[in-house]
Ligand binder design. Structure first.
Ligand code: BGC
Length: 764
């Protein structure tokens, strides 16, 4: 206690001097925690209300802007202490310039620099939906770690990632940014990402603060339309949608971003139950919460408040610490304090949390810690980073169909390469590729030219633009990439090229801007002009290998019926070309498995495997059952599905017991053999069904998964340990219960292709 008083006294003395020496003093302290608290509390006592609100204010720089609003005089605001945080600014030189402005402010509190480092910084990795198909948490962690190393070398402290919104409606363009439809896989990836970004300590210069988003339920907008209303039962929230956020918080994520949507009538950004009762009080979150882009202001449109003043009051009182881009806190909270609509102690607590993050990042010790030009030169897009990106890209591809083992492609004869994604670089890095530079991406064509040199003869025709929808072209600003010739001319050119070939590789799909934010689609098929091309080439009767680039599940019924081989390549990032080429020619064996169901028709969505039975389960022969008149209930490609160039055989499925009590461990083992003649990876999935619950239970729920490497001919036994705690669920009273009874346990290659057994659980 005496020591603490002395420390505070020392700080008091120093405060009278300059705040740079204040910061230097901080460096010398031994008892980190006590000193941090004393330091921050003391600093807060010196701050004017404007300076406090400045720490709760985040503005975009003019380097790149990711939303609809830009503030002109943000630089002046930094100098006057009215803006403590900047996003969309990077590079050591630029962040240094802005940090210089903060050092001109009265208290010299360093700026925090944030950015959307979503799937890599400069070395771009596959879009998150693609990467999730690797089912490999070590790869997920590695890509986050590399992104953090590059971003921190490039002046950044804070990433708006991971995006952990469970998503079950592929019309929503932002499915591209998440890990698909499942809470257990989503939680595992969320943990891995936080670990990768933050490392063991934020003090480590190579790590950055992560921000879990979008809290909460942003992935469930009605009708898949971005920013739309979310209306959900508490059980669905707690059993399905909330676990990945919780997993990221438990893994130590230092910040959270509130979502744009409302939740059962109250926008997330004004939702006290969500931000304070749940996040802080129940989950014990200690970091700070930032809004999404102008989401405080947007409450006026939501209609839960009459004006921005009320919106700011509602947000602060809900537990939102930082206002992204809206300037509402800065404009209105002063008068809200005067009117006693918000408490100064709540503002102080929010300021504390923001300063705490800056402390943890070492910024009070050295505001320029991340502004080292030399480090940037050495750490960005290194050969090993590119190598890791290629490895991840390979692991993310999903082989959807491979009739008569047409793949891998033989490097011989005349191969025609046709489609707008063969030479394309622009789209490869996908949406939300932040600082990524698409001109640095390697195209498939370049890789194929190198691969086939002296072997197969190759030819090329684009055959179609990504789309010929002029409105879409304008919306996506892709005029410069459009071949102005008519669709007919392009198709005819492709037909001439294809007719001379023995086999045709076609690369089709969506442009990067057709998924991501504000990119919902009502038709999730391959664009019509590309389908015309595909059908025209198909009519030639040549074997076709279809490569798909897209940011969401697509409807592919015609393609599946007519095309012998289909490889899902998403947007794989900087190393797309070499990665696809390796899988195409068999230098690598595909192993990805889908993390979102692919519907047969958009009319089936939302579609997901963990559905409920209903009182009239699907039966095609019975009229009054839960089904469509015109289409099956099942997806075209189910969750967990993906082929390999080799085959795996599952056998000797057994449990350690068939009767369990609470606290027992269920051990399920399976023997798996690679029966083909190539080495490969297989992701084994374990699902459970609770046959009778006090609340109805899904037909299957993923509980465990394991990815194993198997050499040709090799066998391995894989055992999963499942605790009875993992069988708990939230019942109608919102209690997390474990109910005795009979359970089915499934192990298999995907959610449909499984072996099953049953076990009993007794006791409470
Ligand atoms: C997006 C966020 C993003 C933010 C900052 C918003 O429009 O919803 O995901 O982090 O902009 O760029």
């Amino acid at each position: 206690m005496i020591n603490l008083t002395k420390t505070i006294a020392a700080f008091m003395f120093l405060i009278g001097m300059s705040h740079l020496s204040y910061a230097q003093k901080a460096k010398k302290q031994n008892n980190q925690l006590a000193n941090k608290e004393a330091f921050i509390q003391e600093l807060i006592t010196k701050m004017t209300l404007d300076e406090k609100l400045g720490q709760l204010t985040l503005y975009t720089s003019d380097m790149s802007v990711t939303g609809p609003v830009m503030r002109d005089n943000y630089k002046q605001d930094i100098i006057s202490g009215r803006c403590g945080n900047i996003f969309n600014a990077y590079t050591p030189a630029y962040t240094r310039k802005l940090q210089d402005l903060a050092m001109q402010s009265r208290l010299k509190i360093p700026l925090l620099f944030g950015y959307d480092v979503i799937h890599g910084h400069k070395t771009i990795f596959p879009i998150p939906l693609g990467e999730s198909c690797a089912w490999d948490t070590l790869l997920s962690e590695q890509s986050a770690k590399i992104a953090a190393a590059e971003a921190s070398a490039d002046g950044l402290h804070w990433t708006y990632s991971p995006m952990v919104d469970v998503a079950r409606d592929p019309r929503w363009g932002r499915v591209a940014e998440g890990s698909g439809e499942d809470p257990v896989l989503g939680s595992a990836i969320a943990r891995a990402k936080v670990k990768g970004y933050q490392g063991s300590s934020l003090k480590n210069k190579e790590s950055i603060l992560s921000c879990v988003k979008h809290f909460a339920l942003y992935g469930a907008p009605v009708a898949g339309r971005d920013y739309n209303t979310v209306d959900m039962s508490m059980q669905n929230m707690f059993n399905v949608y909330l676990p990945p956020y919780k997993a990221a918080i438990d893994a130590g994520a230092g910040s959270v971003m509130s979502s744009f949507n409302e939740i059962n009538g109250v926008p997330a950004t004004a939702n006290k139950w969500l931000m304070t009762d749940l996040l802080r009080n129940q989950w014990g979150f200690k970091g700070f919460v930032v809004t999404d882009y102008t989401s405080i202001n947007e409450m006026v449109n939501h209609g839960n408040v009459a004006n921005e003043y009320e919106a700011g009051v509602a947000a602060l009182n809900a537990g939102i610490d930082m206002d992204m881009q809206g300037a509402v806190y800065m404009t209105y909270l002063k008068s809200a304090v005067e009117k006693k609509a918000v408490k100064i102690t709540d503002i102080d607590a929010a300021v504390y949390r923001v300063l705490d993050a800056k402390w943890q990042l070492g910024l009070f010790e050295d505001p320029y810690l991340y502004c080292d030009e030399n480090r940037a030169k050495k750490s960005i897009m290194t050969p090993s980073n590119l190598q890791a990106a290629e490895e991840t890209a390979i692991a993310s591809m999903v082989l959807l169909k491979n009739e008569n083992k047409i793949l891998p492609l033989k490097n011989e004869g005349q191969i025609a390469f046709i489609g707008p994604f063969i030479k394309n670089k622009r789209d490869l890095i996908g949406n939300w590729s932040g600082a990524g530079n698409w001109t640095q991406a390697s195209s498939l064509w370049d890789a194929v030219v190198a691969k086939t040199a002296g072997k197969a003869n190759i030819s090329y025709a684009m055959g179609a633009n990504v789309t010929d929808d002029t409105v879409l072209i304008q919306k996506m600003h892709i005029q410069e990439f459009i071949d102005k010739r008519s669709s007919e001319t392009l198709i005819n050119e492709a037909l001439t090229v294809a007719s001379k070939a023995t086999i045709v590789v076609m690369a089709l799909g969506e442009s990067e801007g057709m998924s991501g934010e504000a990119a919902s689609r009502s038709d999730i098929g391959i664009p019509a002009n590309q389908m015309l091309l595909l059908k025209a080439i198909h009519a030639l009767g040549k074997p076709i290998i279809l490569l798909l680039s897209n940011g969401r599940p697509l409807t592919l019924s015609w393609e599946n019926d007519h095309i012998p081989a289909i490889l899902e390549t998403w947007f794989l990032g900087t190393q797309s070309g070499p990665a696809i080429c390796k899988v195409l020619f068999g230098d690598a064996n595909p192993s990805g498995k889908l993390t979102m169901s692919f519907p047969r028709s958009v009319g089936q969505v939302p579609i997901y495997y963990a559905a409920k039975h209903t009182g009239r389960p699907f039966d095609n022969s019975q009229k009054y059952t839960s089904k469509y008149l015109d289409i099956d209930n099942t997806p075209l490609y189910p969750f967990g599905f993906g082929l390999s160039y080799t085959q795996f055989n599952y056998s000797n499925f057994k449990l350690n017991q068939t009767q369990y009590k609470v606290n027992d461990t269920i051990v399920a083992c399976i023997e798996i053999q690679n029966t083909g003649n190539r080495d490969g990876y297989e992701t084994i999935q374990l699902y459970v069904q609770d046959l009778v619950g006090s609340s109805t239970r899904p037909v299957k729920e993923l509980k465990k998964f394991a990815k194993v490497a198997l050499k040709a001919g090799q066998s391995k036994q894989v055992c999963f340990k499942l605790t009875t705690d993992e069988l708990r669920f939230y019942n109608a009273n919102m209690e997390r219960v474990l109910e005795p009874g009979t359970f089915k346990l499934f192990i298999g290659k995907n959610v449909v292709d499984v072996m099953e057994t049953t076990f009993e659980l007794s006791g409470q």
